[in-house]
Ligand binder design. Structure first.
Ligand code: TXA
Ligand code: MG
Length: 321
């Protein structure tokens, strides 16, 4: 088990010494290391068993750091930074040569974001380098929204987890890139398409082609518990008799009447999408620890952040390779 605490100075000293430390953000916990030091970045890939073909996001303390790591920045990127940073938007921008190729998996762009969490912003201000940080979970598994989740999954491989409490947003950042004047959404996330449109005008979703990863959160199986997931729009349409014996039910806002309460989790009793998002990964972690044969999960309404909730549920339910 890792040491867990709120000591920013301790986290800073470990990071300065080239160690990897788990950090809180408003979306999910990150697994952070000195982005400018290849040995530290290599450790991140090793700890989460992530292929080096899958690039890492750079976390910086403010929009004034943009030009240090990115070049040819379109004006709309500055507008988006003004509007959404600190916050849950990652922008893919032409990388400067100073960013190690290991961070970007050899790709021409670097992902940048300013996380909206007091402890981590203070940590970033104290450090003379950006933090490369993927989500703090083993590759392909459920992301972490508490220090306890990180500890259970990766604690044995980490010297320190900076505990910032439960992540307020609970789902990863929205990832956008820029293509000939158009904003392209690569990963659905906390910041919705509507919010982006208000600032950037017309936008489109990236259509994955075959070939190397261009951006991810795009792997078809991702964010997944060990227990298989079946998705439904409506529990009442299920044939309960055909389900296996030990089933857990994950519903958006109303409990399933015919199921015992210890076998079900309601993401938001009031039907609040933001609350459902912040509870999603915690609920999947809890259900995965229940020794179930199957989790039946209900889609959220496909509006606002519900679009990102459904994206995560769909990938979590996808058969694993
Ligand atoms: O909310 C978040 O974004 C969290 C917190 C910790 O900041 N981070 C996160 O990182 O979700 P990760 O590594 O689990 O997912 C980021 C995705 C990766 O799947 C990666 O493929 C894509 O962003 N990505 C990062 N840098 C990229 C780049 N230069 N070009 C294309 N895709 C990139
Ligand atoms: Mg991840």
């Amino acid at each position: 088990m890792a040491s867990i605490g709120k000591d920013i100075q301790k986290a800073a000293e470990l990071l300065m010494a080239g160690e990897v430390v788990a950090i809180p953000t408003e979306t999910v916990y990150g697994l952070a290391g000195n982005a400018m030091q290849e040995a530290a970045v290599s450790k991140i890939f090793r700890i989460k068993n992530r292929p080096k073909s899958n690039p890492l996001i750079l976390h910086v303390s403010g929009a004034e750091c943009l030009e240090q790591y990115a070049a040819k920045i379109p004006a709309v990127a500055f507008d988006l930074a003004d509007c959404f940073w600190p916050g849950s938007l990652t922008m893919l921008l032409t990388k400067r040569p100073s960013v190690p190729d290991l961070v970007t998996a050899g790709l021409p762009r670097v992902g940048l974001r300013v996380p909206d969490h007091g402890l981590t912003l203070e940590l970033l201000r104290r450090l003379p380098f950006a933090l490369a940080a993927p989500s703090a979970n083993p590759y392909g598994y459920i992301s972490a929204t508490t220090a306890t989740h990180v500890d259970a999954m990766l604690g044995a491989r980490l010297p320190y987890i900076l505990d910032g409490g439960p992540c307020q947003r609970g789902i990863e950042s929205t990832i956008v890139g820029f293509d000939q004047g158009e904003v392209v959404i690569y990963r659905k996330g906390v910041i919705t398409a509507d919010q982006l449109t208000r600032v950037a005008g017309k936008l489109r979703y990236f259509k994955p082609q075959s070939g190397p990863v261009q951006a991810s959160g795009m792997a078809l199986s991702h964010y997944a518990p060990i227990t298989p997931i079946l998705l439904t729009a409506d529990f009442q349409r299920l044939d309960f008799a055909s389900l296996p014996r030990k089933v857990g039910f994950l519903s958006f806002c109303s409990a399933v009447p015919q199921v015992e309460s210890d076998r079900q989790i309601v993401l938001s009793v009031s039907g609040d999408l933001a609350q459902a998002a912040s509870n999603l990964y915690g609920a999947l972690h809890r259900m995965d620890a229940m020794d179930l044969d199957l989790i039946v999960a209900q889609y959220a309404p496909a509006e606002g952040i519900g679009v990102a909730i459904n994206d995560r549920l769909t990938r979590a339910a996808h058969p694993k390779a």
